[in-house]
Write a protein that binds this ligand. Structure first.
Ligand code: NAP
Ligand code: ZN
Length: 350
């Protein structure tokens, strides 16, 4: 199937129109027309080759909401016209203990990324959601629950699940004190979901600029991470800290904020951090962990939870051709709080 979208052609050129093929439907495949696609900071890292493994041209986008247009002969869960969603992965081995447990994101053989991966059968590069159509095996499609605003649902597929998964793993809920570092796409979802789960929530931001927003999102307070005195006063006061900072940074200011046995979960930076002292870890029996996205079952659980509670990201809708401007703004943390591309804006001539 011929389709088209926007691709990065190199690390230092703007995204531009790109025509490419989606695979012919296999028996367990669902074909969809993409309606909306969220803009994740990972898309920007990939376009700019921040992780050193981008192969161009690459079509980013892994917060996808679409409408089913065709299904393979063996598909049982979806039919033409259904609203479906796809997140950061499109396949895994489906056989290892982790896949069997519904943790496909941790597949022993490595899950297949929605973009920048390789199809497990043909080895062709996978291409993401900044495009008109997508073909995905049905096991990696999510059902968009009735009543969930389609345009605003898209960011749940990465920002939502990536923060939901650690909140669930570390059992955030009534009585737990959660802090979120960085109020961006992931951070604002972490706030909404943690509040939805009943936790006491603090935003740790670099300045006071986002304080009113943090409170409006449901957070109980905003703490300025540059304010040494306020940070000292908050020592040992969080059970769980979710760190969404997208660049190399130091954990030094944050670790003392953890309660004894508390955990700081890194979901942002991939790669080195600044040098770390073991002192706050040893003397507080504190932990540092990491967490990648979440499994398919857990993603559906999160979508259903959001539909039930009417929890939705705060989105700024953009047209496809505004993507380069959106990337520039995201780099400056100037997004409140997720860009979503309305795919109807992708011109047929692109
Ligand atoms: P984003 O919307 O750009 O938000 C990042 C936030 O971090 C900013 O709003 C800002 O918050 C803070 N920040 C930005 N630059 C900073 C700096 N130099 N120092 C300290 N804080 C800074 O990004 P996102 O889409 O939420 O993604 C965040 C990170 O998570 C990215 O690196 C992305 O690749 C990664 N990610 C990981 C997974 C996973 O599976 N673990 C999934 C998706 C994304 P303040 O203005 O409040 O300080
Ligand atoms: Zn993402």
């Amino acid at each position: 199937m011929q389709t088209h979208g926007y691709a990065a052609y190199s690390k230092d050129t703007p995204l531009a129109p790109y025509r490419f093929e989606r695979r012919a439907l296999r028996p367990n495949d669902v074909a969809m027309e993409i309606l909306y696609c969220g803009v994740c900071h990972s898309d920007l890292h990939t376009a700019r080759n921040d992780w050193g493994k981008s192969q161009y041209p690459i079509v980013p986008g892994h917060e996808i909401v679409g409408r089913v247009t065709r299904v393979g002969a063996g598909v049982t869960r979806y039919k033409v016209g259904d609203h479906v969603a796809v997140g950061c992965m499109v396949d895994s081995c489906m056989e290892c203990d982790l896949c069997q447990r519904g943790e496909e994101q941790l597949c022993r053989k490595g899950c297949t990324g929605t973009y920048g991966g390789r199809d497990r059968i043909t080895q062709e590069p996978t291409q993401g959601g900044y495009s008109k159509h997508l073909v995905v095996r049905e096991e990696f499609c999510l059902r968009v629950p009735e009543g969930l605003d389609l345009a605003r649902a898209a960011p749940l597929l990465c920002a939502g699940i990536t923060t939901w998964s650690p909140l669930r793993t570390w059992q955030a809920g009534p009585g737990s004190r959660v802090a979120v570092i960085g109020l961006g796409g992931l951070g604002h979802m972490a706030v909404k979901l943690a509040v939805g789960l009943g936790a006491d929530v603090t935003v740790l931001s670099r300045s006071k600029d986002k304080e009113a927003d943090a409170l409006a999102l449901g957070a109980h307070r905003l703490l300025v991470s540059a304010d040494a005195e306020a940070m000292r006063a908050a020592s040992s006061s969080f059970d769980l800290i979710i760190d969404t900072v997208p660049v190399r940074h130091s954990l030094k200011p944050y670790l003392p904020l953890l309660e004894i046995d508390g955990t700081l979960v890194l979901v942002g930076q991939i790669g080195p951090l600044d040098e770390l002292s073991t002192v706050p870890l040893l003397f507080g029996r504190r932990r540092i962990a990491g967490s990648p996205i979440g499994g398919i079952r857990e993603t559906q659980e999160m979508l259903d939870f959001c539909a039930e509670r009417n929890i939705l990201p705060d989105c700024e809708m953009i047209r496809m051709e505004q993507i380069n401007e959106a990337f520039e703004r995201m780099e400056k943390a100037d997004v409140r709080y997720r860009f979503v591309i309305d795919m109807a804006s992708l011109a047929d001539s692109d």
